[in-house]
Design a protein around this ligand. Structure first.
Ligand code: ADP
Length: 529
């Protein structure tokens, strides 16, 4: 492809031609000396030999040229009348025609066989390269190494200066090379990174030309999924292309860009284009593998961090319990002896104890270590127990019980844990809604689900925070600091509900306030005998 390769080849070809004609002249001179003793068949055979050797060494053009010149020499020198192109004996025409036809057919056949052998050699080399690539990519421990091997095979097969694989990494979009083969600096460097970023975004191939202009793959609306580098497919590289940018696609998604660049214009024959198509798919798979490996590593790191966090929380909260019990005991004694501070220390110790218990539960829930026992239960029992549970702290508040429906409802849930969830929702409603507003409960069954609504006339929750309130330790920025929570209640409630096939959801209440819904699996009423 380069000048340094082309020049010796042209010289070699000229040398072969000169040698062939010198041989023809020598053979002719030799036969001329022996003309009196030679038969026409001898002459024809010797010339045929020269034509065949010439065509085997120098190709079809040399073979046909030698055949033409030998034909004339045969006629001019060896067929009477000598040194004219006229023919004395009409049968000599037959000899000449037979010689010419045999030379031409033999040259053609020889050439065809040679072309077939060359193609077979090329195919064998291609297969060998692909096999090598296959084993290298399979053996490569890291996806990056496999990509490097692919880039090298592409570079050496297409005989270009540089082959690199680029990937668009995150925001702001920055296209960076993940594998490189050959000399990608200097002349082969990209004129502009934004073209590669464009190819990655659009999934369409592009060319950079020596005059620094660019061309993108032609559009072909309605064309099937393109392979040959972009929208329309079947794209021919235009002359003057110094770099070719091929989108790397897996399952209709562009995962990266292959860029091949050369200091001379790039020209690809159809076989090379096909090869590039196949290898760019390999490269796309390599990029995809790299992405999946990175994702798995990230997930594993997160899992480990999570496990560490849970172990830490469990350990710390466990260690808090003993000193808290001692503090509570001492505070209780102080209170009994008439010290007013004793009661508030005891109250604070209780609060801390609740937070520690919540923390322990949350870590157990996250680690799957808190067991729930879902069984057939009546909804009335659940609601009744929850309302009784908050009565102590809200004796003066109005809690409107659910309206009586057609009959008692049943569900499959863990009664104790579901009571805990509902108590939490009721406590929140009592905490966040004004004291003179009622808390209303509603129960319904729909499509195999039980829905228990706790509705209040509190401030509601701004849209941006509606999911975040279910995250551990999240407290709304405006939440009053004196209401006593640590932001764990809703996180635990949701996880507890999910552990038994249920959910906890928020929706704004028409007319102001919140509705928190505990959703549980419904069940048929038991048949009493
Ligand atoms: P805590 O109540 O201990 O802060 P929760 O997890 O129970 O923690 O609640 C998280 C946040 O959700 C609270 O800080 C509060 O801002 C908001 N929230 C919960 N329930 C209500 C409600 N009924 N009305 C308004 N805001 C609520």
């Amino acid at each position: 492809m380069t000048d340094s390769v082309e020049r010796p080849r042209a010289l070699r070809r000229a040398g072969t031609w000169v040698l062939a004609f010198v041989t023809l002249a020598g053979v002719t001179a030799g036969m001329l000396a022996l003309r009196a003793h030679l038969d026409k068949a001898h002459i024809a055979l010797v010339y045929l030999l020269v034509v065949l050797v010439g065509s085997a060494v120098g190709g079809r053009a040399l073979g046909l040229t030698l055949a033409g010149v030998a034909f004339l020499a045969f006629n001019f020198i060896f067929l009477p009348p000598y040194y004219t192109l006229a023919i004395e004996d009409p049968f000599d025409w037959l000899v000449l025609a037979a010689f010419l036809a045999t030379s031409i057919v033999a040259t053609q056949l020889l050439n065809r066989a040679q072309a077939g052998a060359l193609e077979a050699r090329q195919r064998a080399a291609e297969v060998e390269r692909l096999a090598m690539l296959g084993s290298e990519t399979l053996n490569a421990g890291r996806a990056e190494d496999a990509l490097g091997a692919i880039a090298e095979v592409i570079r050496s097969t297409l005989r270009v200066a540089c082959a690199e694989i680029l990937v668009d990494r995150g925001a702001p979009p920055r296209i960076t090379p993940v594998a490189r083969a050959g000399a990608c600096g200097a002349a082969a460097a990209p004129a502009d990174d934004s073209l590669a970023a464009w190819v990655a975004r659009m999934g369409t191939g592009a060319e950079e030309h020596h005059d620094r202009t660019m061309r993108v793959a032609p559009a072909a609306p309605g064309a099937a999924a393109p392979d040959a580098w972009g929208r329309g497919g079947g794209w021919q590289v235009t002359s003057g292309t110094r770099a070719l940018l091929v989108p790397l696609r897996v399952r209709e998604r562009t995962v990266g860009v292959l860029r091949i660049a050369h200091d001379e214009p790039i020209a690809l024959d159809p076989a090379q284009q096909q090869f590039l198509d196949a290898l760019s798919y390999y490269a796309a798979l390599g990029v995809e593998r790299m992405r999946l490996v990175a994702e798995a590593e990230r997930a594993e790191a997160l899992r480990q961090a999570d496990a560490l966090k849970n172990a830490l929380i469990a350990g710390v909260s466990h260690d808090f319990r003993t000193p808290l019990t001692t503090i509570k005991g001492l505070a209780h004694r102080l209170a009994r002896e008439g010290f007013a501070e004793g009661a508030s220390i005891e109250e604070e110790a209780d609060r801390l104890n609740r937070i520690v218990a919540d923390l322990l539960d949350l870590s157990r829930l996250s680690a799957g270590g808190l067991s729930v026992h879902a069984e057939l239960n009546a909804v009335d029992d659940l609601v009744g127990a929850a309302v009784r549970g908050v009565r102590g702290v809200a004796a003066s508040r109005t809690i409107v019980p659910p309206r009586a429906g057609a009959g008692p409802l049943f569900g499959t849930f863990d009664l104790a844990q579901s009571v805990r969830i509902l108590v939490n929702l009721l406590e929140n409603a009592l905490k966040y809604a004004p004291a003179d507003t009622p808390i209303e409960l509603a129960v319904a069954e729909h499509d195999g689900r039980l829905r228990i609504d706790v509705a209040d006339r509190g401030p509601g929750i701004p849209e941006a925070e509606r999911e975040r309130v279910f995250e551990p330790f999240y407290r709304a920025p405006g939440a009053p600091p004196d209401v006593g929570g640590a932001g764990l209640g809703l996180a635990i409630a949701r996880r507890l509900a999910e552990a038994q096939g249920g959910a906890v959801r928020f929706r704004p209440r028409p007319g102001g306030g919140s509705i928190f819904t505990l959703d549980l699996p419904a069940a048929q009423a038991p048949v009493l005998r």
